[in-house]
Design a protein around this ligand. Structure first.
Ligand SMILES: C[S@@+](CC[C@H](N)C(=O)[O-])C[C@H]1O[C@@H](n2cnc3c(N)ncnc32)[C@H](O)[C@@H]1O
Length: 245
């Protein structure tokens, strides 16, 4: 668990994202031309950051439901209790989902009906940069024009693949906001499909990034080995290696 922007809400539940990031996601829910009806978040942590702020904004709109995926069992339990404690009214708009996003998202999608649309997505799970790509690819076809997508750690390892990929898709309008050193990517969908040329260049860019020596090593070396090497290094250095691109 990193300690980025960790803070206490006034109700004493912990959450990440700084105040500018929290205000930004709140305003994007409140000011959306069509109020978001279904929102999905990957990586809730303890609930006091993105989860609570998206949820409160949906509640202020008087419409919308947030699904929040969290992979760590003990964090999940605390997050569920936290949301019930500090937002008992808005909690009716929240469904927590336990699991890793690559399994939890397909299971969740399988329970939706044919008309299902996803208006708002916030990706802030694990640090492996392929995770945000996998999550995006699972969700993209359900996001209508006007839908909004956010990725935290856009300037860090987590967002290393998604940000350039999105920038090359011409059916999404993409910006990175530097509210903090972590960066937040914000994309709005312009139309259903990208042109074939834009999709081909996004895929080509992703393939080239995945072929960088560091990425090949991260893919083929067992995670216990990478973890052991990182543990042997001074803390500051190992943190920057695992966070940085
Ligand atoms: C940086 S924290 C999220 C911070 C949170 N969005 C906030 O604003 O406070 C990342 C969280 O994602 C969870 N996580 C990591 N990989 C995941 C995955 N593949 N699927 C779901 N959750 C994941 C971690 O357990 C952790 O709680």
């Amino acid at each position: 668990m990193d300690d980025k922007n960790r803070s206490e809400t006034r109700e004493q539940i912990e959450g990440q994202l700084n105040s500018a990031e929290r205000e930004f996601i709140t305003s994007c829910v409140l000011a959306a031309p069509v109020k978001p009806s279904v929102a999905l978040e990957v990586g809730t942590w303890l609930g006091g950051g993105s989860t609570l702020h998206i949820l409160r904004a949906l509640d202020k709109n008087g419409v919308g439901h947030l699904y929040g995926i969290e992979a760590d069992a003990s964090i999940y339990e605390r997050m569920v209790a936290n949301i019930r404690k500090v937002a008992p009214d808005a909690a009716k708009r929240f469904t927590p989902i336990f699991g890793f996003s690559d399994e939890a998202i397909p299971k969740w999608l399988a329970t939706q009906d044919k008309e299902f649309k996803l208006d708002f997505v916030f990706l802030d799970g694990g640090n492996n940069p392929m995770e945000q790509i996998v999550e995006f690819r699972l969700l993209d076809k359900f996001i209508p024009a006007g839908g909004q997508l956010f990725g935290h750690d856009a300037r860090k390892r987590k967002g290393k693949f998604l940000v350039p990929y999105l920038r090359l898709l011409d059916n999404w309008e993409t910006q990175v906001h530097d509210f903090s050193d972590y960066g937040m990517v914000y994309s709005r969908k312009l139309r259903e499909f990208p042109t074939a040329a834009s999709l081909a260049s996004a895929k080509g860019k992703l393939n080239r990034m995945r072929l960088e020596p560091k990425e090949i090593a991260a893919t083929i070396l067992p995670s216990w080995f990478c973890g052991a090497v990182l543990k042997m290094l001074p803390r500051q250095f190992s943190k920057s290696l695992s966070d940085e691109k």
